[in-house]
Design a protein around this ligand. Structure first.
Ligand code: NI
Length: 161
């Protein structure tokens, strides 16, 4: 396993729409292993492949209870409720802010075994799923803040860039 280089705010790959994974092969499994290693070393609770410079639709979430959840080609198929939890991102170091999202989501994805599955999560993990899936579409959590809040963060973001 290897720790991969994190892409930070300003990196063009974070703004791309990541490509779907067609088949879970050895290369994908190795990438996921390295993403997990990177997430633990960097101290994140989730990670998306574009954050390590790979424009593929893969995210991982640390549930703390069980194994890391690996979601390939994840799609949110159901949303419920509203939440506003503080978020941060390994690609936007030092910036934290509440973000408005759904409080409960159901996501359909492919697992490392190549089979489709669904998970429903509430609270913190629901937020993490939405945050990581956003990465696959080129969005960062700071894009979801109010214009006033974004102006307040402008200097901080410029410094990361
Ligand atoms: Ni992030």
């Amino acid at each position: 396993m290897a720790v991969l280089k994190l892409q930070k705010y300003g990196s063009p790959i974070l703004r791309e729409k990541a490509l779907p994974v067609k088949k879970v092969d050895k290369e994908i499994k190795e990438l996921v292993d390295n993403m997990i290693e990177t997430m633990y070393v960097e101290g994140g609770v989730g990670l998306a492949a574009p954050q390590v410079g790979v424009s593929k639709r893969i995210i991982i979430i640390d549930t703390e209870e069980e194994d890391v959840v690996v979601l390939i080609n994840p799609v949110i198929i159901k949303r419920e409720g509203k939440s506003e939890e503080e978020e941060g991102c390994l690609s936007v170091p030092g910036v934290y802010s509440p973000v408005r999202r759904s409080s409960k989501v159901t996501v359909e994805a492919m697992g490392l075994d190549g089979n489709k599955f669904q998970i429903t999560q509430e609270g913190f993990l629901a937020v993490a799923l939405q945050h990581e899936i956003d990465h696959l579409d080129g969005y960062l959590f700071v894009d979801r803040l109010s214009p006033a809040k974004r102006i307040m963060l402008k200097e901080q973001l410029k410094n990361i860039e």
